[in-house]
Every structure is written in structure tokens, then in C-alpha cells.
Design a binder for this molecule. Structure first.
Ligand code: F0G
Length: 457
């Protein structure tokens, strides 16, 4: 008999979690104004709000914590981190920051100016925020197929080369760089192929523009290249990683994802001029250059995390758990962005709650229902998150309306996946009875989803 698949780790430390009653959850969610960001973590049984900073560190990483060098300048922990980053990416210059958006802030302070246009594939919210706050434009050049949730293609996170080339022809002088997000979070944790990265590089070279990778989930992207793209089956994740980054000039990194640390980030680049230009902003916003926004101990843990998480076994364990959950949803007929992504399942809410009008926020309604059903906290990536049009102040209903179930790394077991799938099935089975959604009673002008107050209709 062939042996079944099992995790490439065993568990040394556990954290108790607590179930609640439906009555308790009704009360808590009402107090939270039907916004799951306003819940206390003790009120959550299985927390899928994000995979960012929520992973479990290994015993090696915890050992690294004890050996952290907290020297203000020249800490050995910085050089350890820098050595790993350079070995993995080929980038010689490294600036640590406290998280991914801080890396964006520091680098974009140097590179982005009013009137600029930055093409890319579904810029993450904070990336977009750091572009738009500088009165520049984030131009989405993702392939159209990414919007069809039921279409199954291997690299749904790709940049559309035709859209990118058109942008460069039309706005050449206004484009300081191209940014590619690997994996493409907003499109559903979907990977970008090596071939696509190569195409982007060729177009960039043709127009003499640099390329940045937003690399939060680069290791998961490398895993998909290895398992889905021809010619990469026999290459190691580290070899693929090196090959990917050879196609970029630099990277911003939220280390809270594929670095498997609770807090941290960095900029890395091969361009000395970028390093020289950005370093002043690091000192101004983050800290001195050999710690930026990080503790020495955290730089140690990150160095070890990056090395571990670019090993095939770790990634296989991770991605197969997402696939496991996806298979369960397939069994129950629940529609999600296909194929399953690297860090999450994105349920296509309007396809589930067909009676809830878009004005009543189907994905938020589904988020509410799932929490009430089982204390599982997902996150709306949809019409609420899309905010209003800055000019017309109308809600933006033109994108997808998804419930994201982000799976923290090395935290939950497949039994938890079974609970998630069953809870979702229970909601799905009574979908015909869910005819009304939620209404906004208070909202902030920007990034409203974190603080929005809602009522159930
Ligand atoms: N880029 C991508 C692709 C991200 O997914 C995130 C964060 C960031 C940049 C910003 O990094 O949080 O360290 O400042 N994504 C989290 C999420 C918050 O839940 O998807 P950060």
C-alpha cells in the first residue's frame, strides 16, 4: 500500500483555542458592528483573517531568537539575514523594515513621484496606497482570466504582456518601474509563471525600465513553478527562487508571510543607486540601516525562516493543506477562485448568496454567516474593501466579491480544515434562506473595511 501524505514537521508547542455558542457569537458580532476586524481573538475559534504574521515558527527559529544580537549598529543578526537574502535572491543591498508596507514606504519615497504611473498585476492595497498617496496611479495589467473564478488555468496571477506594453508605449516617461506581485494575492493567491516573469523582463528591457517584485509569497510562487511549469520539475525551490529574482532589479518583502515571522520585512536590490537613494528614508522612518524596523532576534528568526521555507517539503505541506480544503469544497459544490491559491481559498460570494443584492455586500454577509455558524473568522476581499470611487463617491461594484479564508502556516491541522469545510457547507445548504445582507451605518473615507460599522438587514 502506498503511504499517505503527512506533514513534514511534528508539533512541540500548542496553544489552546476555544469554541463558543451561537448565542455568544450573535452577541459578540453585534457588539463588533458585524465587522470581524472588531472581534477579540478569544471570540474566534478558527482564525483565517490572514496568513500574515500568524504562522508558527520552528524550533530553529525560536533558537535563533535567543541568539539575537541587539547592537544598534553592525549587529551580527543583520549580516546573517543579509547573507541569506543575497544567497536566495542574488540581491546585494538589503534594508530591513518593520513590515512589508514599510518597505514600500521607504523605497517608494525614493522612486515614486506625483503624476507617475506604476503598472503591475493587482497591486496589494498597501502598495496601491503608497502609490496613490503620492498622487501617482497604480495601473492593473493582470490577465482578464483572473476575473473568471471558475476558469482553471495554472498561472492566473500573470501580467498581461499586451496591457503592459500598451502602458509603456502610452505613458513611457511617467513610468518609474513595473511591479509584479508574487503570488498575486488579490487575484486569489494565484502564481505568476517564470515565462511571464521573463516576458515582463523583456518588455521592461525594451523600454529601459526596472522591475520590482512584491515578494510576500515568493516561495509559494516558486513551488507552483516547480509543480506546474514545464522544465522546472527537477529544479530545487532555491534554484527557482534565484532564477525568478534574476529577472528583477529589486524587491519589497513582507516577511510575515513566506518568511514565517510574526513581524518584519525588507527591501533588497542589486542597484546601488536605489540603496543609496532609499537608505535616508530608512533612517528617517524605520531605524538605522542595520536593523531598520526589526529587532536583532527577529532578523535571526527571519534568516532561518527564509532558509526553511525555501525547502520543498515545507511548501508541499503548506500548499497541500490548501488543496485539501479545496477538495472538500469541491465535494460540497461550493464555488471559489479556481484553482486553489497558495495561501487561501477565496469563496465566490455572489455565486453562493444569489439572493443578496450587491448593494448589501454578499461577501461580507457570507463572512458574517460563517462566523455565526462556527466561530470561523474569514475576511471580505470584495465590495467593502474596494472602497468608494474617489470622484463619484459611489461604491465600486466592478471587481470580484470574495470571502478569503487565509490559512496560517503550520498552525491548523486537516481536522480544522474539515471543520471549516463543514461550516461552510452548512451555510451553503441554507443559502436559499439568506435573502438579505448588511447595510453600512458608519464608514471611514479610506480603507473603510477595517473600521466599518454595519447592521444586518
Ligand atoms: N504585499 C502583499 C502581496 C501583501 O499581501 C501584503 C500584506 C503586503 C504587501 C503588505 O505587507 O502587511 O507586512 O505590511 N498582506 C496581508 C494580507 C495584510 O492579509 O494579505 P505588510
Amino acid at each position: 500500500m502506498e503511504l499517505p501524505f503527512a506533514e513534514s514537521w511534528k508539533i512541540k508547542m500548542v496553544e489552546p483555542i476555544r469554541k463558543s455558542t451561537r448565542q455568544e457569537r450573535e452577541q459578540w458580532l453585534k457588539e463588533a458592528h458585524y465587522n470581524v476586524f472588531q472581534l477579540k481573538s478569544e471570540q474566534v475559534y478558527i482564525d483565517l483573517i490572514t496568513d500574515s504574521g500568524t504562522g508558527a515558527m520552528s524550533d530553529r527559529q525560536w533558537a535563533g531568537i535567543m541568539l539575537g544580537d541587539e547592537s544598534y549598529a553592525g549587529a551580527s543578526s543583520f549580516f546573517k539575514l543579509k547573507e541569506v537574502i543575497t544567497r536566495l535572491t542574488g540581491f546585494e543591498y538589503v534594508i530591513p523594515t518593520h513590515q512589508g508596507r514599510a518597505a514600500e514606504n521607504v523605497l517608494f519615497s525614493y522612486l515614486v513621484h506625483e503624476g507617475d504611473i506604476i503598472p503591475g498585476n493587482s497591486h496589494f492595497d498597501t502598495t496601491k496606497g503608497h502609490i496613490e498617496s503620492r498622487k501617482a496611479i497604480a495601473l492593473d495589467c493582470t490577465i482578464d482570466e483572473a476575473r473568471q473564478t471558475q476558469l482553471e488555468i495554472p498561472f492566473k496571477g500573470n501580467v498581461d504582456p499586451a496591457k503592459l506594453e500598451k502602458a509603456l508605449q502610452e505613458h513611457h516617461s511617467r513610468i518609474p518601474f513595473i511591479i509584479v506581485t508574487i503570488t498575486n494575492n488579490t487575484a486569489g493567491g494565484q502564481p505568476v509563471s517564470m515565462q511571464n516573469l521573463r516576458e515582463v523582463r523583456n518588455i521592461a528591457d525594451k523600454y529601459n525600465k526596472p522591475v520590482i517584485f512584491d515578494s510576500a509569497r515568493f516561495a509559494e510562487n516558486a513551488y507552483f513553478i516547480k509543480t506546474r511549469e514545464e522544465g522546472y520539475q527537477d529544479k530545487s525551490i532555491k534554484e527557482i527562487t534565484k532564477e525568478m529574482f534574476a529577472l528583477a532589479d529589486g524587491m519589497t518583502m513582507s516577511a510575515k508571510k513566506d518568511g514565517i515571522v510574526n513581524m518584519g520585512g525588507f527591501i533588497a536590490t542589486r542597484r546601488q543607486d536605489w540603496y543609496e537613494g532609499a537608505k535616508g528614508f530608512c533612517v528617517q522612518f524605520e531605524g538605522y540601516l542595520t536593523y531598520g524596523g526589526m529587532n536583532g532576534r527577529d532578523m535571526n528568526a527571519l534568516a532561518i525562516g527564509l532558509d526553511e521555507n525555501t525547502k520543498f517539503n515545507n511548501l508541499e505541506t503548506r500548499i497541500r493543506q490548501i488543496e485539501y480544503l479545496a477538495k472538500k469544497l469541491d465535494e460540497y459544490g461550493i464555488p471559489y477562485q479556481r484553482p486553489a491559491g497558495g495561501h487561501a481559498i477565496f469563496v465566490d460570494a455572489p455565486k453562493v448568496l444569489t439572493h443578496v443584492p450587491k448593494e448589501e455586500f454578499p461577501a461580507q454577509t457570507l463572512t458574517v454567516e460563517l462566523y455565526l455558524e462556527a466561530g470561523i473568522r474569514g475576511c471580505e476581499i470584495g465590495y467593502l474593501l474596494a472602497d468608494r470611487d474617489p470622484v463619484t463617491r459611489e461604491n465600486r461594484f466592478n471587481g470580484l466579491d470574495l470571502l478569503r479564508l487565509a490559512i496560517p502556516r503550520r498552525v491548523y491541522t486537516d481536522n480544522h480544515m474539515n471543520v471549516i469545510a463543514a461550516a461552510l457547507k452548512n451555510v451553503y445548504d441554507r443559502r436559499e434562506t439568506i435573502t438579505r445582507g448588511v447595510r453600512i451605518t458608519w464608514e471611514a473615507p479610506l480603507m473603510r473595511h477595517f473600521t466599518v460599522q454595519l447592521e444586518r438587514l
